[in-house]
Each structure stands twice: as structure tokens, then as C-alpha cells.
Design a protein around this ligand. Structure first.
Ligand code: SAH
Ligand code: SF4
Length: 407
């Protein structure tokens, strides 16, 4: 989502003649887009904001902008602590971020270009639903991003069509819970079908899904519509029903397993990834073992595992954080090791297979592309391949990437 917001800002700023630079010291403005989801993300941002004081010493005209969820949550504190920061744009105000930056940083030399969205990138991100109403007990997102709001259906179709006209071949639809998209009569499945009817668009992806809202309609659209890629990111968080309840996730492990079964039966080539939190308050060894066993049973194509991090203001932050950091680290590394082992087994079976890939970029004669299930595939090729779909025979497989030759 942050990549999408940064992308959007980049698009709008470029219409005012701004462009990205490779070297920070050549920049007139540095924009830091921040995340609040875990304490660690905020610490990273703090340390980066600290470094901007040095950039400013070298270039006193440089403007520093901090935007996003951390700006929403800790804007005043950031401003107080860092003299170097010129502008704070909170997450709820990012729609106007570009204008705010233009007005406060470029006032004298901004020239509005008539053409909007000149960029031609093969893969583009589109936010379809902002905010979140779910209030999972550990999560800061509803507080910093605000209430859920589905974006105007017709504007989304126009935006996607324009992107395709400008060269996009794949569109990734984004939301904290895309399954609850509802604009008038248009729900998420219908939106997917409509976007799939855009001519010259080859692929559609989406994330994130919430197990409580994922319905049969969506699974059927995934099966029926070839442009919709067979990949689903379906955060499980935990396999202990007691923990799921305290997390306020509103589904049981049995329901989750049922969804996995339906997905695999209806969309046989589907790749399934997930998020897991270890060390949530009151997570016992037994609860953790349940989650670990679920990882073994379900055999995810990939997963992200996070150590629980209390976020101020959330319901869970008022519960005793009894699992020690050491124990969180132990559980984290066990899940990671197990899931890496499974991923290696899954990708090894892909050696010798032929994957349909979409070429995204090229570096030193090596194309970076993506298979339909979402895995990165590297293959020798030329510039002419970019933006095209072709078959690759897989020769080598690593956890996060496949290597092969064009068939
Ligand atoms: N809307 C998405 C998730 C957004 S946050 C969803 O519901 O799936 C991405 C992931 O960060 C979550 O799935 C969760 O696993 C993790 N996460 C969120 N808050 C956390 C916290 N306080 N501590 C640790 N992990 C957290
Ligand atoms: Fe956070 Fe839950 Fe909303 Fe995801 S669904 S953003 S985890 S509150």
C-alpha cells in the first residue's frame, strides 16, 4: 500500500516537472513514506529521519517531507525532535500530498503539465479500498488509516484503463481487505470481472484478503477469469482458535482450512501465501504448536512471520505481553525454518516445468519476470521482451526466485 501511495505521489509530482534522482544529494525534496504496523518499522523510519539532518547540512536548501502512518501517529513528536523536517503529511491526508509538497517546497518553479500519468510501467498498483473497519486487536491500521472506504467504481475502471493505455500489462489491486469492497451494487468479484474486460490488460492480482470475507464468488471468478492470477495472500495469523478469538479475527482455524480446500479444488494451480504472528499475548506453547502444525499441514507457498509488537491504543496492547522477546525470537525462527523447508520442496518440484511469465524489467541482459503464481523468474533476454508474456522452462529453483530459459 505504501508503494502504491509513493507511486501515486510520484505520478502527480511528475506532472509538475519533478523527477526522481539516483543520488540523494541531487534532490530538492526528500519524501519519506512511513509505516506504523510494527515498532520496528517506526524505529527504522526514526533512524532514517535522523540521517536527513546530515543531508541538510550538505544541502541547506533541501526539503524533508515525512508522510504516511507514522506521520499520522507521531507527526508532532517528529516535528519537535527533528529540526530537519519541513513538512508532515499524515496518512489520512495523502490524497493531497503532491499539492502540499508543491505548495510548500516548489512554490516558485512548479509548472503544471497537462498530461497526467506519463509513466509507462508494466506493473501498476491501484488502491481500491482505503482504511479498515476490522480492528484486529493487535493492529494500528484502522487508527492511522481511518475507516474503510471503497473508491468510486467508475473512476477505478478509468484509472486502470489509462494505465493500460500508457503501457501497464499487470494491475495489482490493493486494500487492507479487498474482499469487503462494495461500491453501490459492485462488490469485489464484480469489480475484478469488469477490470478483466479492459482490452490489452494481461494480468490482475490483488491483496490482502480476509478469511472472514473471502467468498465462493471470488473463488469462482479466480477459476473462470484467465487474467486473474492464481495467487492468494490469505493471512492466517494463528491456528489456535483461542488466539484467533482474542485477535478479533472473526474466523476459526477450521473455517480457514475449509477455504484453503475450496481454493485448491477450484483453482488447482493456485499459490497460497500467508501472514503469521508469533508471541501474541497469552500464546502458549500449545497455541504455537497448533500454528506450526498448520504450517506443516497447509504447506504455504510462502509466508511472512512477525514477532508480536504491542501498538499503543490497540486492545491487545492493554493485555499482558507475557511471551518474552527471546521466546518470540525462538518461535519466529522455528516457523521461518519450517516454511523455508517447505518452500524449497515446492520450488524444487518446479524444475523442468514451463512457466508463463510476464517480463517486467531487464538488467544486464537478464529479464526479471513473474510467473502466474507470483514467483520471480529470471531469464536471459532482450528489451523486446519487456511487457510481453512468454514461456520459460525452469532450470534452477531458489526459495524466492526461479531461473530458466525462454522456450
Ligand atoms: N490488512 C492486512 C494486514 C496489514 S498488516 C490483513 O489483514 O491481512 C500486515 C501484517 O502485519 C498482518 O497480517 C500481521 O500479520 C502483521 N501485523 C500487524 N500488526 C502487528 C503487530 N502489532 N505485531 C506484529 N505483527 C503485526
Ligand atoms: Fe489490521 Fe485486521 Fe484491518 Fe488487516 S484487517 S489492516 S490486520 S485491522
Amino acid at each position: 500500500m505504501n508503494m502504491c501511495d509513493s507511486d501515486m505521489l510520484d505520478s502527480v509530482l511528475s506532472t509538475y516537472g519533478a523527477s526522481k534522482v539516483d543520488n540523494l544529494l541531487d534532490a530538492d525534496v526528500v519524501v519519506l513514506n512511513t509505516c506504523s504496523v510494527r515498532a520496528q518499522s517506526e524505529q527504522k523510519a526514526f533512524s532514517y529521519i535522523g540521517r536527513t539532518e546530515e543531508f541538510k547540512r550538505q544541502n541547506p536548501d533541501l526539503k524533508i517531507v515525512v508522510m504516511g502512518c507514522m506521520a499520522e501517529r507521531l507527526g508532532c513528536r517528529i516535528k519537535k525532535r527533528f529540526n530537519s523536517v519541513d513538512l508532515i503529511i499524515s496518512a489520512k491526508n495523502i490524497d493531497n500530498a503532491a499539492l502540499k509538497i508543491i505548495n510548500s517546497c516548489f512554490i516558485n518553479n512548479a509548472v503544471k503539465n497537462e498530461r497526467f500519468d506519463l509513466k509507462s510501467e508494466i506493473v501498476r498498483y491501484v488502491t481500491i479500498i482505503r482504511g479498515c473497519n476490522n480492528y484486529c486487536s493487535y493492529c494500528i491500521v484502522p487508527f492511522v488509516r481511518g475507516n474503510e472506504k471503497s473508491l468510486d467504481y467508475q473512476s477505478l475502471i478509468n484509472e486502470c484503463s489509462l494505465m493500460v493505455k500508457n503501457g501497464a500489462r499487470e494491475i495489482m489491486l490493493l486494500g487492507q481487505n479487498v474482499n469487503s469492497y462494495q461500491y453501490g451494487d459492485v462488490n469485489f468479484s464484480l469489480l475484478l470481472k469488469k477490470i478483466a474486460s479492459i482490452k490489452n490488460l494481461d494480468r490482475i492480482r490483488f491483496m490482502t484478503n480476509h478469511p472472514k470475507d473471502l467468498d465462493d464468488n471470488l473463488i469462482n471468478v479466480m477459476a473462470a477469469e484467465p487474467k486473474v492470477c492464481p495467487h492468494i495472500h490469505l493471512p492466517m495469523q494463528s491456528a489456535s482458535n483461542k488466539i484467533l478469538k482474542t485477535m478479533n479475527r472473526k474466523y476459526t482455524y477450521e473455517h480457514y482450512l475449509d477455504l484453503i480446500g475450496k481454493l485448491r479444488t477450484t483453482v488447482p494451480e493456485i499459490s497460497i501465501t500467508t501472514d503469521i504472528i508469533v508471541g501474541f499475548p497469552e500464546e502458549t506453547e500449545k497455541d504455537f504448536e497448533d500454528t506450526l502444525n498448520a504450517v506443516r499441514t497447509i504447506r504455504f507457498d510462502g509466508l511472512y512471520v512477525f514477532k508480536y509488537s504491542p501498538r499503543h491504543g490497540t486492545v491487545a496492547s492493554k493485555m499482558a505481553d507475557i511471551v518474552t522477546l527471546e521466546e518470540k525470537k525462538r518461535r519466529h525462527s522455528i516457523v521461518l525454518k519450517e516454511s523455508n523447508k517447505i518452500s524449497v520442496e515446492i520450488v524444487s518440484k518446479m524444475i523442468g516445468s514451463v512457466q508463463k511469465v510476464l517480463a517486467e524489467k531487464i538488467n544486464n541482459g537478464v529479464i526479471e519476470s513473474r510467473a502466474r503464481g507470483g514467483r520471480k523468474v529470471f531469464v536471459k533476454g532482450s528489451k523486446d521482451h519487456i511487457g510481453k508474456i512468454f514461456n520459460v522452462s525452469i532450470k534452477t529453483a531458489k526459495i524466492n526466485s526461479l531461473l530458466g530459459d525462454i522456450v
